[in-house]
Ligand binder design. Structure first.
Ligand SMILES: [Fe+2]
Ligand SMILES: [Fe+2]
Length: 174
């Protein structure tokens, strides 16, 4: 995440695409919610949005839709227990629908943006295949970011241990 955090705010083209959304107080509340154990739902959403945006830009796709829908793909405030209590289906099935509803309260969504948000969990739910390349990018980046976020503390711990071992080896061989 650090590599994205250090550049997304400096990217004026990207910031212009999400300027109205990133100031919305309901969206900013996602920063109070833990996501993937070690990050917040807002940080994860920006991570997905920005990495997807960069890929879409390289592929000459609809960067606006990718940046905005990527940012809104997990726009829900409920926890797993609350969603389970709704009895509307699995978490993977329900949270994209809630995200679409919440997104439509703060900005109009076009067909592409709706598809991106609604289908971002298509691999583990029954919503059907994404209809657009942009949707495929966001769902793939979402999975990449999730794995990166969940494994980050483990990678940090491993790095510390390796550094420690290397220092000890240096001392032994000195
Ligand atoms: Fe999600
Ligand atoms: Fe996500």
């Amino acid at each position: 995440m650090e590599f994205v955090e250090s550049i997304w705010q400096q990217d004026q083209d990207y910031m212009a695409l999400i300027a109205d959304l990133i100031e919305n107080k309901d969206l900013l509340k996602l920063d109070d919610i833990t996501h993937h154990h070690y990050t917040t739902r807002l940080t994860h959403s920006i991570f997905v949005s920005y990495v997807s945006y960069r890929i879409a830009k390289k592929m000459n796709l609809n960067v606006r839709a990718v940046a905005r829908a990527g940012l809104l793909h997990d726009f829900f405030h409920e926890g797993r227990e609350e969603i389970a209590a709704m009895e509307l289906g699995s978490h993977n099935c329900v949270h994209p629908k809630i995200a679409v509803e919440n997104a439509e309260k703060i900005t109009p969504l076009n067909e592409l943006e709706r598809d991106i948000i609604l289908k971002h969990m298509f691999l583990c739910s029954k919503v059907g295949m994404p209809r657009y390349k942009e949707s495929m990018i966001v769902t793939c980046v979402d999975k990449y970011c999730a794995i990166y976020e969940v494994s980050q503390p483990l990678r940090a711990k491993t790095k510390t241990k390796v550094t420690d071992w290397v220092s000890r080896l240096r001392l032994v061989n000195a």
